[in-house]
Ligand binder design. Structure first.
Ligand SMILES: Cc1cc2nc3c(=O)[nH]c(=O)nc-3n(C[C@H](O)[C@H](O)[C@H](O)COP(=O)(O)O)c2cc1C
Length: 186
């Protein structure tokens, strides 16, 4: 590949694979939207400050754990605190995604989780990109914050990720790259 126009890092945590499926679908949407993009998918626990610095677009994803993000994602965020001191991530684009069982029908803390990821990006002076409501799959897998998949059924048991949730994730990937193309290369 020639030097990519846009470098993306998708850093996520996933214990059982649901959040990882969203990460893969976002990456697939990005690759289909732009033929000269480099997309790296990586577990949050394997991600370093240098990885964050190298990317133009950072996309963070986490399962909801006890109403908030998984500690592995929080650790990455806290470990990147020195970059905040240096304003090193300023002007990069940020997107977020999450999965949660959603037991109770009100999302089980997902909005707080996604807003906390946004807050971190905004602390760094980054540009946060949400998901517009006309994105394909939005009704099942979208929130204005980004991509969300409810992975539990009414009995509180895992029900997996639906096709429309994956569609929403692919749309988000494509949308992030559309915005990146407009903002980063002008
Ligand atoms: C320790 C733990 C705490 C959890 N807490 C919540 C919660 O507060 N709200 C929620 O909606 N789901 C909660 N869940 C369910 C997971 O968020 C959900 O199954 C998610 O899709 C798992 O993603 P993964 O397959 O990527 O690990 C919890 C799961 C675990 C293991």
């Amino acid at each position: 590949m020639p030097n990519p126009d846009i470098q993306v890092l998708i850093a996520y945590h996933s214990d059982y694979g649901s959040t990882e499926k969203l990460a893969q679908a976002i990456a697939s949407g990005m690759r289909s939207a732009h033929n000269n993009v480099s997309v790296t998918l990586q577990q949050a626990s394997q991600t370093t400050a240098d990885d964050l610095l190298a990317a133009d677009v950072l996309v963070f994803g986490t399962p909801v754990h006890m109403g908030g993000m998984a500690w592995q994602m929080k650790k990455l965020i806290d470990d990147a605190g020195s970059l905040w001191m240096e304003n090193a991530l300023q002007g990069k684009l940020g997107g977020v995604f999450a999965s949660g069982s959603g037991f109770g029908g009100a999302g089980g803390g997902v909005e707080l989780t996604m807003a906390a990821l946004h807050a971190n990006f905004l602390e760094h002076g980054m540009i946060v990109v949400g998901l517009p409501k006309n994105a394909l799959g939005y009704a099942d897998g979208g929130l204005h914050w980004g991509v969300y998949a409810r992975t539990g059924n009414h009995e509180g048991m895992p029900s997996g990720i639906s096709d429309s949730q994956l569609t929403s994730a692919r749309s988000y990937g494509a949308y992030l790259l559309e915005i990146a193309g407009k903002i980063l290369r002008n």
